[in-house]
Design a protein around this ligand. Structure first.
Ligand SMILES: [Mn+2]
Length: 406
């Protein structure tokens, strides 16, 4: 069976909402032509509370997809939570971190499952069948780092006999992001599966776990504007009979990242070099690329990077590019040491949310607080959708009372 692996579509991502939608649609419809089944390791939606308009656009994509004459079918579904599946269409998905809500509550992804547009395989095994071949997929939705190992021990996911077995999750992995000890490691993943598939990480990655392939297709839309996101977006197709897999590129907006070094530069020099660099990139790129310039080094004494008026460049090129100029690494001459300390810190490497969680975790550890689900607490504090802050406060108190009593 040919299994398409598409991840992190982030439908509803506000910064590039049209790109997120178009590239998700492109990836899914291309996969429907080329593969027998699609598996999605999380973050279909960008937000745990997507607007009805965003949900509507996702429904439109998946409804069309479910009518696409699939030959493979879901022949069995076993949920450790006693839940059912509502379609036999071979599109299997789990919620990611962006869809995560309190355990046991419906989330944006599970709604698509309830509507029969895909099969939500959270803590469940779905078996696909085509021409007598069986492929079983176990899914573990995105969990807080503290919960993963424990949940895996509770669930004890095991392969289905006489099937090709896929283990699908949505987590940070220590070997790929070695800056937080709470991340699970390859050895924590259950043995006996033929293929391991992960989401969450937005750039493409291939490795081995327990001697079997471990694949991360990366996101279908650019989100972080990091240097390593310049490669083409797309998805994997894995052939379960031959063990061969390919990366299929989708039409995605180009992203160009440039580091530019300066030494005691005058603001007008900086402006001119940025202008020239953008001009060069734009003249070589017929589409409307995303350009991020990362300025580094020093500006002449007494000047501040914020006062340079660089935002006028975004305006000047607004028809031919989407421009972001990062001035966080350029400082007035004499303050280089400060810059160095920023560079060597983990701030550099970590997504901001992970950093916040890590800081909270360190703080809890230094206070001697053990066994607290720090990520779950962070999620409560981070719930920006809660308009009534008193509600959040009440939830946090509940959470802490529960911790104190347990
Ligand atoms: Mn994601």
């Amino acid at each position: 069976m040919k299994i398409a692996i598409i991840s992190d579509m982030h439908i509803g991502y506000e910064r590039f909402e049209l790109d997120a939608y178009a590239q998700a649609k492109d990836a899914l419809s291309l996969a429907a032509q080329k593969a027998d089944a699609i598996i999605i390791p999380g973050d279909v939606f960008d937000n745990r509370n997507p607007k009805p308009d965003v949900i509507a656009s996702a429904i439109n994509i998946f409804r069309d997809l479910s009518k696409s004459g699939w030959k493979a079918r879901v022949s069995s579904f076993i949920s450790s939570r006693g839940e059912a599946s509502y379609t036999d269409v071979p599109i299997l998905a789990i919620p990611g971190t962006h869809e995560r809500v309190a355990e046991g509550k419906a989330n944006a992804l599970s709604l698509l499952g309830l509507a029969g547009l895909l099969v939500d395989v959270s803590e469940a095994t779905a078996t696909l069948e085509k021409d007598g071949e069986k492929v079983a997929v176990f899914g573990l939705g995105g969990l807080s780092e503290e919960r993963v190992k424990q949940r895996l021990q509770e669930l004890k996911p095991s392969p289905v006999p006489s099937a090709f077995n896929i283990f699908m999750l949505h987590q940070s992995i220590y070997e790929l992001l070695p800056f937080d000890n709470s991340f699970i490691r390859f050895e924590d993943l259950p043995e006996g599966f033929d293929l391991y598939v992960d989401g969450h990480i937005h750039s493409r990655f291939e490795s081995k776990v327990h001697g079997k392939p471990f694949l991360i297709p990366g996101s279908t839309v650019i989100t972080q504007l990091k240097e390593n996101e310049q490669s083409k977006k797309g998805f994997f197709i894995y052939d379960t009979l031959s063990g061969v897999y390919d990366f299929i590129e989708i039409k995605s907006r180009d992203f160009v990242f440039r580091k530019m070094g300066f030494s005691e530069a005058r603001p007008d020099e900086i402006m001119q070099r940025c202008d020239e660099e953008i001009g060069r990139i734009v003249s070589n790129n017929a589409s409307k690329p995303i350009i991020r310039l990362q300025l580094e080094g020093t500006i002449e004494k007494g000047r501040s990077p914020s006062g340079m008026g660089l935002s006028s460049l975004a305006q000047k090129y607004s028809k031919s590019a989407l421009i972001e100029i990062d001035t966080s690494k350029i400082v007035p001459a004499g303050l280089e040491q400060e810059l160095e300390s920023i560079r060597s810190s983990k701030i550099e490497q970590m997504p901001i949310k992970e950093l916040g969680m890590s800081t909270l975790r360190d703080k809890m550890a230094s206070l001697g607080i053990k066994g607290l689900d720090v990520s779950a607490l962070f999620e409560l504090l981070d719930d920006s959708s809660t308009s009534a802050k008193s509600k959040t406060a009440a939830k946090v108190l509940d959470f802490l009372e529960h911790y104190a009593s347990g």
